[in-house]
Design a protein. Structure first.
Length: 310
């Protein structure tokens, strides 16, 4: 193959080689890695080469990699600065932060949404609650909501069904069910219309850090309103069915555990009997899912590939 390419260079010396020519030199490696397939397409390389050729390089094409690296780190440092600095609660700073988040709505690091909330949850995202679409939460879900709000709110909220002698503020049972929400440029949707946006990795409140998060699928999303310090806070909550982790006898049959850098694990495809209720702070990232039945496990499993790019 190398002799063939050198022959092309000699016969057509005015013609520049393209990515397909380069990848042909790796034919043996591709066959060893992926086996016999119909073709290897290099369209992504060609597309980005076309984009690069359209840039104004000031005749300094050899400096493009260094320029990209420098501005990549500049952008990363800027995102870190904006997301970690406690900016004063003043109009100029608020306008600056809102302008920044409107400009960079796509969460480039994945869905670590807490990293994009320098002013707190009430200012990071705005959700509109439609009273006309209100519905009453089932008691089991309402109890989960009370427990979750008690953990994240500054006020000691209690259940609407608490004894009359309890003088703490009470949480409403009314919510608005929605199909999807946009949080920091990342879309979360319930199972159905936007299937890929319903797969989430998460951690339960007060849970010790583990090597890999929990995995589940969003069944429902609802907005809930509560009043704190005279302000109405509209917050989304997610009803998630958690996939069961592998039992001890099947852990050795998970081929992905040997490669921790892949951020991939195998779970049973069946869900736990009871759903969990999550706030946006509990969600770590989306994940890509692939369902199949491993012969050595004997039941359907799901490959969970984390899309968190941190």
């Amino acid at each position: 193959m190398e002799q063939y390419l050198r022959g092309l260079q000699q016969l057509f010396e005015w013609h520049h080689l393209v990515p397909n020519n380069h990848i042909s030199l790796h034919l043996r490696e591709c066959l060893e890695l992926f086996g016999p397939v119909h073709a290897w397409w290099a369209y992504p390389f060609e597309r980005f080469n076309g984009l690069l050729q359209g840039l104004n390089t000031n005749s300094k094409a050899d400096a493009i990699p260094l320029t990209f690296m420098r501005y990549f780190y500049i952008g990363s440092n800027l995102r870190w600065l904006m997301s970690t600095t406690e900016w004063p609660d003043a109009a100029p700073y608020t306008a600056m932060a809102e302008s920044f988040h409107d400009t960079f709505r796509n969460a480039g690091r994945g869905t670590r949404l807490a990293d994009f909330h320098p002013f707190g949850s009430e200012n990071a995202n705005t959700f509109e609650y439609n009273v006309k679409k209100s519905a009453t939460l089932p008691r089991a879900l309402y109890d989960l909501l009370v427990d979750r709000v008690q953990r994240i709110s500054r006020l000691p909220f209690t259940s609407l069904f608490a004894p009359m002698a309890d003088r703490r503020p009470r949480l409403s049972t009314e919510v608005q069910y929605v199909k999807s929400v946009d949080c920091g440029g990342v879309k979360f949707a319930r199972e159905g219309g936007h299937g890929r946006n319903s797969f989430v990795l998460f951690a339960l409140p007060d849970e010790q850090t583990s090597t890999f998060p929990r995995a589940g699928r969003i069944e429902d999303i609802f907005l809930h309103v509560r009043v704190e310090d005279g302000k109405s806070i509209v917050e989304p909550f997610f009803v998630v069915h958690e996939y069961e982790p592998l039992a001890d006898e099947h852990l050795s049959m998970d081929p992905y555990r040997r490669f921790p850098d892949l951020n991939t694990r195998l779970f049973y495809a069946k869900s736990r009997s009871s759903p969990v209720l999550l706030s946006i702070a509990d969600i770590k990232a989306h994940f890509a899912a692939y369902f199949y039945e491993p012969s050595d496990i004997g039941q359907e499993c799901v490959v969970v590939r984390s899309l968190d790019r941190t």
